[in-house]
Design a protein around this ligand. Sequence first.
Ligand code: 0X9
Ligand code: ZN
Length: 425
Amino acid sequence: MKIASAALALLVSNALALPDPRFDDKPEKTAPVAAARVPAAAVNEADARVWVEFEAPGKAERQAAVDAGVSIEELRPGMAAGIAAPQALARAKAAGLKVRAVVTLRQRFGALDFPPKDAIYHNYGELEADMRALAARAPGLASVFSIGKSTLGRDLWAVRLTKGASGAKPGIVFLGAHHAREHLSTEVPLLLAKHLVDNRADPEIARLLETRDIYFVPMVNPDGAEYDVEGGKYHMHRKNMARNADGSTGVDLNRNYGWGWGGGGASPDPGDDTYRGPAAFSEPESRAVRAFVEARPNLKILLSYHTFSELILYPWGGTNDPIPDAKALSAFKSMAGEMAKMTGYTPEQSSDLYVATGDTCDWAWGEKGIFAFTFELTPKSMWDGGFYPGAAAVQKTFRANIRPALYLIDLADDPLRAAKGGASR
Ligand code: 0X9
Ligand code: ZN
């Protein structure tokens, strides 16, 4: 699509945009189906990024790589590996990293393809259809609305589950797909929303639906997610589809939030996979999440799903310091520990993985006092499928994540309860 017609389509779709949803005490009205379609993503086809493996006996080496602009994807004993633009690789080498292997992404991953073997995963259109179907079969409980527009003008769809008036109810939000290629992170919140609706007669779920205000935004980065499966091939794309000043594509939305923005582990180089953007909240997607959160002061807990590595992370991620509030820290640790027992995932402070500034959870906790977690879902490693673990991973990962989700929804009335020894009643 030529620029002029793409811009026109964007204007048309923006003209049809709904007003920002405001916090109120009634279920959202499900948004009408928009007439305009968004333009197909246009991107430079040449991909110069490489897969790089280097010695990493400790966190210092991981941090040096992240600071050089490498996006770390794989940890093995004494080693780490990830994706680097050519300039990030050069910086990593200059920083003294002992590089053991460098191969092109295509050499490393081959020609991966989404459909038909992975057709169970939802693309953007299927996601919207399923969310609408969910709202249609649960009137008075489920509603679908847009929290804003993506860079290319796609609606950022949310589903809200709550029974009856909701103004005073404590809230929780589950986010997916800040990172384009992390498709499982869309499936889990979508399937969780369906699970709650389909099991609304279950006494425990009925109680939560009556007493909590529950939101799901399964695809925060629809432009990137759509591009990642464009043409029936996986593109290993992480960022959104912003066109950067130097002609490169994309901002890392999990480096674009406004708490500690611009510090370590978030690249200033637009070509890097961890590019933080030209300013905090420069991107419509992160701004939409901010506006959504700010309009709902009842939100007490946020869970941002990512893949992969099977980790449960809590703030801070932008500094090695622990959060200063000892009681809150004890609650974070206890919640992460409980959910680790339920899933087999590893609980740790985000920065134990590596220090990276501008992520969703540091902002949500630092700015808003929301108990915010990052889940790195299955698989455990690149050898088990990495970002593309196949169809079988969907149900398995969703099932593993039901109990932690219910646990957090329950705790939303008072997350500090966790510090006092658990959420059981
Ligand atoms: O780097 C990220 O954004 C997350 N990992 S991912 O492989 N999904 O990209 C981890 C974020 C954890 N937060 C910090 N370390 N700040
Ligand atoms: Zn991620």
